[in-house]
Design a protein around this ligand. Sequence first.
Ligand code: FNR
Length: 181
Amino acid sequence: KPLKFVTLVGSLRKDSLNATVARALPQLAPANVEIAPLGSVGDFPLYNADVQEAQGFPEAVLQMASMIAEADGLIIVSPEYNYSVPGVLKNALDWLSRVSPQPLVGKPVMIESASPGVIGGARMQYHLRQILVFFDAKVMNKPEAMIGQAMGKISEGKLTDAATREFLGKQLQAFADFAAH
Ligand code: FNR
């Protein structure tokens, strides 16, 4: 039976480097792995407990929660904003954290980031790991994928850099092994 992973992107930008990386993953995955995109975090309203109490969860939140719950693993691909997690991604995680049963408990999670800078989003990844401690998610430690100087590795909406493609393929293989155990 194939493993099913879902991707969550932390950028709303049309030409997002991170969305481009996420779109490349299905072609880089091992043969027994299927990868599908989740909806956009831009479809979530700003978290407000009053809204949740009065109207319940937005449909987009419930749909994403159930797709994550059904998946064998979650892949988060996100930029770093001011050394941390973009607000739109944190907002989505805040919504998802309130859904019961909580879809990320024990869920295998892999993190990737791309940036024009040399650090490749590393500081965001360590803040994201801290948030995922609350969720009690099962976050893969290594290999880490921080794609620095990503402008030179992406062209016309495609991840073109051969070394990066090869490395992400290896990370996906490691995640498949991690998620299967
Ligand atoms: C950034 N950028 C950025 N890059 C980085 O490596 N570390 C950082 O702390 C930040 N901070 C930051 C804050 C804000 C508000 C913006 C808009 C941008 C640059 C960022 O990596 C770049 O814009 C990427 O292209 C964003 O990712 P997407 O949208 O291309 O996926």
